[in-house]
Write a protein that binds this ligand. Sequence first.
Ligand SMILES: Cc1ncc(COP(=O)(O)O)c(C=O)c1O
Length: 529
Amino acid sequence: MNDTAIEQLLQQHFSIDALQQAPAPLQQALRMLGGWLAAGRDTPYPHTPYAELIPQLSSIAPPAHGMAVTDFLQELDATVLANTAQLNHPRYIGHMTQALPWVSVLAEAFTAALNQNQVKIETAYVSTLIEKQILGWLHRQVYQHDDAVYTQAMAATSGALGNVVNGGTMGNLTALAVALEHHLPGTRKRGLFATMQESGYSGLAVIGSARSHYSAKKALATLGLGENALHLVPVDRDNRIDITALETTIAGLKARNIKVVAMIGIAGTTETGAIDPLAAMAAIAARENIWFHVDAAWGGALLIAEQFRPLYDGIALADSVVIDGHKLLWVPMAQSMVLFKDSASLNLLKHNANYILRDNSGDLGQTSLEGSRRFDTLKLWATFKVLGVSGYTTLLQQAATLSRQLQDLLAWQQDFELLTRSDTFILTYRYVPAHLRQRMAALLESGQIEAATALNQQLNTLTAKLQNRQKAEGHSFVSRTVLESTPYPGPTNVLRVVMSNVQTRPQHLQAILDEQRAIGQALVAELGL
Ligand SMILES: Cc1ncc(COP(=O)(O)O)c(C=O)c1O
């Protein structure tokens, strides 16, 4: 490499002067982003079959030489933007990702430009304080301690009320790591094998409902308890943990000398949005000396709006709570928080290193499982500043209204059946034409369970094919899952929709149902149902 080569690279790709003098790439990028955020495309799901895309992205070596940025942007447009699921499209209602306020996207660009590393104050000066402030705001929504607690926490030079993490999965892992160290002190240092031998227990368990997010299993595998340590308790018809079954599970584990390290309440569940009976679970956890963790990755943000608070009765009794910003706080991936009722809990994860993280330094990296971390609270801070609590409340109310509108629409259609509704904007339903619905009702009434199970399986095939075809046609997108807690025998495939896309209006919902009806009718004929 000669001096000219490095000078050229610096001038072209590091010097901001060049960009200011010739802002074409910036303008081009902004146009592309603007087009994207405006949801201008006709269809939300990419048209090019996935298999056809593979050859386009199969070169096995990186380019030997660079290209002009403007050419790259064109390639980005043609290859990436054209083939990306448009999650903010009004007819994309299948997952927890949705339209974003553009300021959150702008803030994301600043996060990249500033490139702070939250691990230590030396690389995260004011951003450490912003992170602590965001944690304080969310903690206050959940736990509602006296204001003095928060004033003190914000002013303190060390300690935090929780961790900012890269997603709910990391949040659940962090909470369970703390719970384990709480119940088996010394595990971090000496390992699970040693502490278990001394403990006298014959095993360890974590309890959650059958609707638990699969990240709980990942956490237990990572912590060395093993996935099988997760004991899943059946849910009731509303997809909430069955308290009687929970008590039976605890009694059974106690009888086998298995220590229940943690109990996970979900608020709300990934598949159906249900909120577990948190107050009842908290009382059981306190009685049994079990760490009570609430996975509110999806639903926790609703605590911002006063009208939703009653749904979360008991959450303030949780030892730890996870909330995802990139779900119902409308910020880009990834941004989550794990909060602890007692700020001392995080000391159980505390570590030091000589070159950073010196004792009581106030470095946020002292109590996080992750190392280098982005300044991911900037987008949440920006969105809170720009929307305010009132703006967030309006967004959440809109999601509630849209959920009601879809429920009403479904109630009017003879050939759709609502399977679950929830307070957190997730609904499940399926397409069942009247003659099949009547056939099912007759079979159940006459106790012909085997025939009803067989019919339910046929309906499962119908639902799966319908969702696949709808996705392939690309005009709209809903997801699908399997529930066992329905009035029907055997597992039941359901279409799943998440009503947090604030671009979606009733006419979009009607268009989605019309499309599903057309596909469903064709499939009923094809399958000879
Ligand atoms: C209830 C619940 N917990 C945890 C997670 C995992 O969150 P993430 O995907 O942000 O890691 C999800 C994701 O959908 C979820 O719905």
